[in-house]
Design a protein around this ligand. Structure first.
Ligand code: BG6
Ligand code: MG
Length: 218
């Protein structure tokens, strides 16, 4: 049996935290005097916290000082963490534990490759932290997706070459990062959005053990 590296994005792949990012960003925009829509929130998937704030300020035709920018990021994150604090196992997306357990039973490398600086906290809240051999998140990278840095570090952390890695991603930027890293990209979500991925599934319930075995033996 071969040993591959399976790298999971967090937000939108393991848990649906986009709704909490939305609530916190919407509140921030409201306090600055403009609206923030769900369609705009969609465009922030996979985008780092700082880049998200910059986009939101641009949409609101607003600019702030560097000090205010830092203050707004802290404010947003404090509200976001309030929602995260209430999370539990019921928020794990369908069949994620089944796939993680199957990979573990087959001695595969399991890494997290997320843009979030809150990744460890979220995995702790939903009790999935022990399932990962390595966690690579927003605290470990200097370049945001679509730069492949996060996935290259995640591959190294489980002693796998990039071409022996498979990435699960829900964002366009993340799929692009996986492709640039020379890894197999698996889009989780809509075929219309994630068409650059090597494979696309609605969610993990569509991912069979036979398919995973095929990836392992590739
Ligand atoms: C990504 C999310 O996973 O993490 C983005 O898709 C988010 O919406 C980014 O902005 C950074 O997250 P955090 O938790 O560090 O603010
Ligand atoms: Mg994501």
């Amino acid at each position: 049996m071969h040993r591959k590296g399976f790298i999971f994005d967090l937000d939108g792949v393991i848990v649906d935290t986009a709704k909490y990012h939305f609530l916190a960003w919407k509140n921030l925009a409201k306090n600055l005097g403009f609206d923030f829509t769900e369609a705009q929130n969609e465009q922030l998937k996979g985008v780092s916290r700082a880049d998200s704030l910059q986009k939101i300020l641009n949409w609101g035709n607003t600019s702030v000082s560097e000090a205010k920018f830092q203050e707004l990021m802290t404010l947003k994150n404090t509200e976001y963490l309030g929602y995260i604090d209430k999370m539990d196992d019921s928020e794990i997306l369908v069949d994620v534990p089944r796939v993680l357990d199957f990979l573990k039973a087959n001695n595969q490398g399991i890494s997290l490759g997320s843009a979030s600086k809150n990744a460890r906290k979220i995995l702790e809240k939903v009790h999935l932290l022990p399932k990962f051999d390595a966690i690579v998140d927003g605290n470990d990278v200097s370049k945001a997706k679509p730069d492949p840095e996060v996935f290259l570090i995640a591959a190294k952390a489980v002693n796998c070459k990039p071409e022996d890695c498979i990435v699960f991603e829900d964002s366009v930027a993340g799929v692009e990062a996986a492709n640039l890293a020379n890894m197999i990209s698996i889009g989780i979500g809509s075929k219309d959005v994630l068409h650059e991925a090597d494979y696309i599934f609605k969610d993990f319930s569509e991912i069979s053990e036979a398919f995973i075995t095929e990836l392992i033996n590739k």
